[in-house]
Design a protein around this ligand. Structure first.
Ligand SMILES: [Zn+2]
Ligand SMILES: [Zn+2]
Length: 134
């Protein structure tokens, strides 16, 4: 049976369950993640969209760019999710897991816009922008 991981927002209104292993886990230093989370970077665990369930409330979605949207708790504002409009993946903010150490990052994206005082994890592979060109 696939391992289920649970998590949710600061106030507890929005809860999720993610089944099975993530596709990847990454620290994203892009400017949009910085602004959306009010933080230097966000650690995203990407799952197949169908692997993530919302037992009670669902996040509110905000169209953050021409090709992506972000989900947050409507009550407390916690940044919870990211997804491209095209595609079948859903990113969960890994630090919102009940076990926030369960899914450590494997690489770093958008280091071109990382803050000088927030170097992330120097041991990880780094990509100045997205992981794959195009
Ligand atoms: Zn909340
Ligand atoms: Zn980002």
């Amino acid at each position: 049976m696939a391992k289920a991981r649970e998590g949710g927002c600061l106030c507890g209104k929005v809860r999720y369950r993610a089944l099975g292993p993530p596709n990847n886990v990454t620290n994203c230093h892009c400017r949009q993640c910085q602004m959306a989370a009010g933080a230097a970077f966000v650690t995203w665990a990407e799952f197949p969209a169908g692997a993530v369930a919302w037992p009670a409330e669902t996040p509110l979605w905000y169209r953050s760019s021409a090709r992506a949207e972000r989900g947050f708790c409507p009550a407390c504002g916690t940044t919870l999710t990211f997804r491209y409009l095209e595609g079948d993946a859903l990113d969960i903010a890994a630090v919102t897991l009940d076990d926030p150490d369960a899914l450590p990052p494997e690489d770093e994206l958008w280091t071109a816009s990382r803050r000088a005082w927030a170097p992330g994890d120097e041991r990880l592979p780094r990509h100045p922008r997205e992981r794959k060109p195009g």
